[in-house]
Design a protein around this ligand. Structure first.
Ligand SMILES: Nc1ncnc2c1ncn2[C@@H]1O[C@H](COP(=O)(O)OP(=O)(O)O)[C@@H](O)[C@H]1O
Ligand code: SF4
Ligand SMILES: [Mg+2]
Length: 331
């Protein structure tokens, strides 16, 4: 998180993004699984937008669809003021935007050396003239993520989870990206090393001027790195605000329950913050409730909540919420 960015124009703009997967429900019948259903947001240059929500709510699909790894069902992605539309746009965009994956064990080929893993994108994009230049660049990238040069000739399987994640990040940095979708990059790591890796993301952002969409299901993970935080539920965005604001004043009933689960170090505050435990499971996106997607688990639901999806409205400056009853609930 850096402080120099607040008024800059958006680098990434996502407008009414939908990603529906056709699922076979009979021999000749398919039904759309609405993994992402009309999501809009933007990310400023140099900013980190945290994206949180329970497993299956559509976070990874948002990240992959922004990068055009999935073709959007509908909606638009704008980058640096330009609509990404044609094949040429997508190809150019791929040199500026990339993804860091969740699982450092399955995303790297264990039989390749570190040098070859990091060098692969350099080869694909023909980013060097001589072997020497390639090697120098690989060592530079390894330096960025805190790996030393002796590691270059070793194989991925010889490394711990945290170090593998560093190798994966160095590989993602090889193309000199401006924007990185970080898809739960520390969830598979030991809690003891999560903070180190998050700090590294923070330092890299400062050093290289990066912009992040930082996905996590754990709120503690995104709290320190995010400038703003977006909360998703069942393919929809339900709340978006500055990180401090959403921690201190969550307005949507779902965000309130997520925040109440975050451990607070001060016992006095912890006692005052009653834990809100949600009943029931998250419904399947194949059979999403009508109207507000959260209504089957919401203690404030009324029959009107089943009628229509609430608009995603700005209820105070830069604080957006999708709930019909947001004013009454937060009196
Ligand atoms: N390629 C796919 N084909 C069909 N369904 C998918 C695909 N990818 C994700 N889904 C479904 O879309 C929903 C959202 O998934 P995902 O974006 O992975 O959620 P999250 O990252 O928040 O856990 C889930 O119900 C998941 O099963
Ligand atoms: S719209 Fe209704 S069901 Fe949905 S969060 Fe608000 S009060 Fe709960
Ligand atoms: Mg995911």
């Amino acid at each position: 998180m850096s402080d120099t960015k607040t008024n800059e124009r958006p680098l990434v703009e996502v407008k009414h993004l939908k990603e529906y997967f056709p699922i076979n429900v009979g021999l000749f019948r398919s039904k759309p699984l609405k993994a992402v259903d009309d999501v809009s947001f933007s990310i400023r240059k140099g900013e980190t937008l945290g994206l949180v929500g329970e497993s299956g709510c559509g976070k990874t699909t948002v990240g992959r669809t922004i990068l055009n790894l999935y073709k959007p069902t509908s909606g638009e992605i704008w980058y640096d003021g330009k609509l990404i539309k044609t094949k040429a746009d997508i190809e150019e965009f791929r040199t500026k935007a990339t993804m860091v994956f969740q699982d450092p064990y399955s995303s790297l080929n264990p039989r390749m050396t570190v040098e070859d893993i990091i060098g692969e994108p350099l080869d694909v994009h023909k980013m060097y003239k001589t072997k020497e230049e390639r090697h120098e660049r690989i060592l530079e990238l390894m330096g960025h993520v805190g790996l030393n040069s002796e590691h270059a000739a070793r194989y991925a399987h010889e490394f711990s989870g945290g170090q593998r994640q560093r190798i994966g990040i160095a590989r993602s940095l090889a193309v000199n990206p401006e924007f990185i979708v970080c898809d739960e990059p520390v969830s598979a790591l030991d809690v003891s090393i999560q903070a180190q890796v998050i700090n590294m993301f923070d330092e890299l952002q400062e050093k290289l001027g990066l912009t992040y969409l930082f996905i996590a299901h754990d709120l503690l993970v995104v709290r320190h790195i995010s400038d703003r935080i977006a909360v998703m539920y069942l393919g929809k965005m339900v709340e978006l605000a500055d990180a401090n604001e959403i921690y201190s004043h969550p307005l949507h009933p779902y965000s309130k329950s997520l925040m109440s689960a975050v451990p607070v170090p001060d016992p006095k505050i912890a006692r005052a913050n009653q834990r809100i435990v949600l009943s029931g499971d998250i419904p399947s996106p194949l059979n999403a409730p009508s109207g507000c997607p959260f209504r089957t688990r919401c203690q404030y639901a009324t029959p009107a909540c089943a009628e229509a999806m609430p608009d995603f409205k700005e209820v105070s400056k830069n604080h957006f919420v999708a709930c019909h009853r947001v004013a009454e609930i937060n009196q």
